[in-house]
Ligand binder design. Sequence first.
Ligand SMILES: [Zn+2]
Length: 91
Amino acid sequence: MYARNPVCHWCGCRVRSERKKGNRATLDHVYPVSLGGTHTADNFVLSCPGCNINKGNREPSEWLRYLESVALQLRSALMLQPDPITKAVHP
Ligand SMILES: [Zn+2]
C-alpha cells in the first residue's frame, strides 16, 4: 500500500511514510465503519491527516461533493485576484 511517492487518495497531496515526520500517511476507511464499512484492505486508502479528519464519517460520494465545492470556491477566489503581471504593467 505504501508506494515510493505516496499521495493522498482524496486530495492528491504527497504524504510521508509512517517512519518520517511531516504530512504522515494515514489509513482511511473509504466507507466509514459507523456506516457499515469493514476493516478490510479493499476499504482502506492512503489519506493525508487533513482529509482523514475532515472526511470523518461521510460517505465517499458526500466527501467528494464537499471537495468539489471547496475546489470551486478556491477557483472562484483565485479568479477574483488581480493578475500580478497585469497589475504590475497597469498599476
Ligand atoms: Zn488529502
